[in-house]
Design a protein around this ligand. Structure first.
Ligand SMILES: [Zn+2]
Length: 614
C-alpha cells in the first residue's frame, strides 16, 4: 500500500489552518466585501420575494408593449442591477468557501444565496416571453434607448423560432430535471460505485488506483506500473459496459429527440445554437485534424524512439520525454517574474496590469492550507478584481497553471473595463483563447531564452502533450460524439459493441502505426464525463488553434504590433458580439481551415525541436 490512512492523517496535520496562512499568499476580496458582516448587510438589503413581485407587477408586468422602449429599457436595467448584486454575493460566498470547503459559515452562505438567487430571479421569468410578444421589438432595438441592449435582445429574437408554446415549454421545463439524470448516473458510477484493484510496480509494490490518481500513475517512468494501472482501471470499467452503453444511448436519444421537437436539424445543430456556431465549423475542425493526423503519428514514432518502446500504448502517452534528470522547482515569486517576461509580446500595458495583479493587488490565492479546494480556477465579478485559486507546490504544472489562469483573469479585467455589465461576460468558445495563448508564450520564452535547461526539456514535452491532449484528443472525442449522435438522429439503436467499434476505429486512426492497440482501449468512451456535456470538448480544440494562430502573428516581427492590438481587442470585446465574430475581428476566421492548418505547422516545429532535444 502506498498510502495508508495513517500517512494521510500525518499529511493533513502538516497543513496550516486557513487562519494561520500569511495573507500575502491569499487573495484580496475587499472590493467585494470586507467580511461576512458586510456580506450579510448587503443580503439584508435585498427585496423579499413578495416585495419584488409587487414592484414588478406595479412597474412592468403586462405593461411593456404599452410603455414602449423606455419602459423595456428600465426593466432590463433593473433586472441587471439585481443580477449584478446577486453575483457579488454569490461569488464572495463561493470564493470564501473555496478557501476552506469545510468552513460552516461560507458553506451556509453559499446555500443561502443560491436559494435567494433562484427565488428572486424566478420573479423575473415573465420578462423574456413578454418581450418576445412585442411585435415591434425588432424595430425598437435599432434605436435609442434600446440600442445598448441590441446584442442581448437580438440573441433573444434569434432563439425565438425554436421556442415552443407556453404549455409545451412548461412541460419541457418540468421534464428537464429527470431528462438530465444520465450525467448523474454516469457520475455516480464513475466516482462512487467503481472501485479498482491496486496496481503493482516493477518491484512488486502496490499502488492505489482511483480516477483521481490514474493520471499521475500514467506519468510514472515505470512502465510495468503504468500498464498495471491501465489494466486495473479498464478491466473494472468494462464490467459495466451494457449498463453504461444504455445510459449513453439514452442520453443521445434524449438530445436528438429534444432537438427534433425544437425544430433543429439534429442533436449537434441544437447544441451549437447558443454560441451561434454553424455545423460546418465543427465538421471542418474534424476534417482538418484528420488530414493532419500524420503529425500525431510522427510524434508517436518519436516517442517510441526516445522512450525505447516496442510500441506506444495508451498508457505510454503521458510519461515525460524528458526523463532521467532532477525535477524542476520554482518559487511563486520567481514564477511570476518568468511569466511576466514571457508576456512581453502582449505589450507593456498588459504586462503592467498583470504585474500589479500578481504582485501588489493579490489576485492569486496560492497558499496551501487545510480544506482548500483542489485544482485551479479564475473567477470574480464585474465589480471585483479577477482572482485565481491554486495551491503552489512549485512544479512545472503549477507554473503553467498560473500562466493559464492569469490569461482568464486578464481577459476578465479587460472585458470589465471596456464593456457595460451586461456585455462583459464571455462564452467558453472564446474563453480558452486568452489562457492558452499565455501558455504558448511561456513555452516559447522558455525554449528560446533558456535552452538546454531542465525547465526547457520538461517544458517541451509538456507542450507537446498539451497540444496532443487539447487539439488531437479532444477532436477525436468530438468525432466520436458526432458519429454516434448522427446514427441516433437517423433512428439507429446503439449498443456497447457499436460504441466500442466506433471508438476503437478512431483510436487506431488517430494514433497510427507506431501505437499499440489494446482491445480495452475501445471502451475508453465509457469513462469520459465530458460526453454528458455533449458537443462541448471541440471548443478546447478551436480555442487552442486560435491562440496558436495569434501566437504565430505575435512572434513574427512584421505583424507583432497589429496582432497585439487584435488580441487586446478580443479581450476587450467580452461578450459584446457572437463568438465567431469576436475571433474574426481578432484576425482568426474559423470558417476556413487556415487556423487549424497553421496550428499543425506550430506543432510540427515543436516536434522538430523535440527530435533534436531528446
Ligand atoms: Zn481555462
Amino acid at each position: 500500500m502506498t498510502m495508508t490512512s495513517q500517512t494521510n492523517n500525518v499529511e493533513t496535520m502538516a497543513l496550516p489552518k486557513r487562519a494561520e496562512v500569511d495573507s500575502i499568499k491569499t487573495w484580496d476580496l475587499s472590493k467585494l466585501f470586507n467580511d461576512f458582516d458586510g456580506w450579510r448587510r448587503a443580503l439584508d438589503a435585498l427585496p423579499t420575494e413578495a416585495i419584488l413581485n409587487e414592484t414588478l407587477t406595479l412597474k412592468f408586468k403586462g405593461q411593456l408593449e404599452k410603455g414602449g422602449p423606455t419602459l423595456v429599457f428600465a426593466a432590463l436595467t433593473e433586472r441587471n442591477t439585481l443580477t449584478r448584486t446577486l453575483e457579488n454575493l454569490y461569488v464572495y460566498a463561493g470564493l470564501r468557501n473555496a478557501e476552506d470547503v469545510g468552513d460552516a459559515q461560507s458553506s451556509e452562505a453559499v446555500a443561502k444565496i443560491s436559494q435567494i438567487n433562484a427565488t428572486l430571479m424566478a420573479q423575473w421569468s415573465f420578462l423574456n416571453p413578454e418581450l418576445l410578444s412585442i411585435q415591434a421589438l425588432p424595430q425598437w432595438i435599432e434605436a435609442e434607448p434600446l440600442r445598448e441592449y441590441h446584442y442581448e435582445l437580438s440573441e433573444l429574437l434569434r432563439a425565438q423560432k425554436h421556442v415552443l408554446s407556453e404549455r409545451e415549454e412548461l412541460i419541457l421545463t418540468q421534464l428537464s430535471t429527470p431528462l438530465a439524470q444520465f450525467s448523474t448516473i454516469h457520475s455516480k458510477w464513475n466516482n462512487v460505485d467503481l472501485k479498482f484493484p491496486n496496481a503493482k510496480d516493477s518491484s512488486g509494490k502496490e499502488h492505489l488506483v482511483s480516477n483521481g490518481r490514474y493520471g499521475q500513475l500514467l506519468e510514472s517512468t515505470d512502465r510495468i506500473l503504468r500498464r498495471s494501472a491501465f489494466e486495473s482501471l479498464f478491466k473494472e470499467i468494462v464490467k459495466s459496459r451494457h449498463l453504461i452503453a444504455s445510459n449513453f444511448f439514452a442520453r443521445l436519444m434524449t438530445g436528438s429527440t429534444l432537438a427534433k421537437i425544437r425544430g433543429f436539424n439534429g442533436f449537434l445543430e441544437s447544441q451549437l445554437f447558443n454560441d451561434d456556431i454553424p455545423v460546418e465549423i465543427y465538421s471542418g475542425l474534424i476534417s482538418t485534424v484528420r488530414k493532419n493526423l500524420k503529425s500525431l503519428h510522427k510524434s508517436m514514432s518519436l516517442r517510441k524512439k526516445i522512450l525505447n518502446l516496442d510500441q506506444v500504448y495508451s498508457y505510454d502517452r503521458y510519461v515525460s520525454l524528458a526523463t532521467g534528470h532532477d525535477h524542476f522547482s520554482i518559487s511563486f515569486s520567481d514564477a511570476c517574474d518568468l511569466i511576466l517576461k514571457s508576456l512581453t509580446p502582449l505589450g507593456s500595458e498588459y504586462v503592467e496590469i498583470a504585474r500589479r495583479g500578481l504582485t501588489e493587488q493579490r489576485w492569486v490565492d496560492w497558499a496551501e492550507n487545510e480544506g482548500k479546494r483542489s485544482g485551479a480556477f479564475s473567477w470574480g465579478t464585474y465589480d471585483s478584481n479577477p482572482v485565481m485559486l491554486l495551491t503552489w507546490t512549485g512544479g512545472l504544472r503549477d507554473l503553467f497553471t498560473l500562466a493559464h489562469e492569469l490569461g482568464h483573469s486578464m481577459h476578465s479585467w479587460f472585458a470589465n473595463q471596456s464593456q457595460p455589465y451586461h456585455l462583459a461576460g464571455y462564452t467558453i468558445f472564446v474563453a480558452e483563447v486568452a489562457s492558452t495563448l499565455n501558455e504558448v508564450l511561456l513555452s516559447d520564452y522558455i525554449l528560446t531564452h533558456m535552452p538546454n535547461t531542465v525547465l526547457a526539456r520538461d517544458c517541451l514535452s509538456h507542450w507537446l502533450q498539451g497540444f496532443e491532449g487539447t487539439v488531437l484528443r479532444q477532436t477525436q472525442f468530438a468525432t466520436f460524439e458526432w458519429e454516434a449522435s448522427r446514427q441516433v438522429d437517423a433512428g439507429d439503436a446503439l449498443t456497447a459493441d457499436a460504441f466500442d467499434d466506433l471508438y476503437g476505429r478512431l483510436v487506431r486512426e488517430w494514433y497510427g502505426p507506431d501505437s499499440g492497440f489494446d482491445p480495452l482501449n475501445a471502451s475508453e468512451w465509457m469513462r469520459i464525463p465530458h460526453f454528458y456535456s455533449t458537443f462541448y470538448v471541440y471548443k478546447y480544440a478551436t480555442s487552442y488553434c486560435t491562440s496558436l494562430a495569434l501566437f504565430e502573428e505575435l512572434k513574427n516581427p512584421s505583424s507583432t504590433n497589429a496582432a497585439r492590438e487584435r488580441v487586446l481587442g478580443l479581450l476587450k470585446a467580452g461578450g459584446s458580439k457572437s463568438p465567431l465574430n469576436i475571433l474574426h475581428d481578432a484576425g482568426v476566421d474559423l470558417r476556413t481551415p487556415a487556423p487549424v492548418e497553421k496550428a499543425f505547422l506550430t506543432y510540427e516545429r515543436f516536434l522538430d525541436t523535440a527530435e533534436k532535444t531528446y
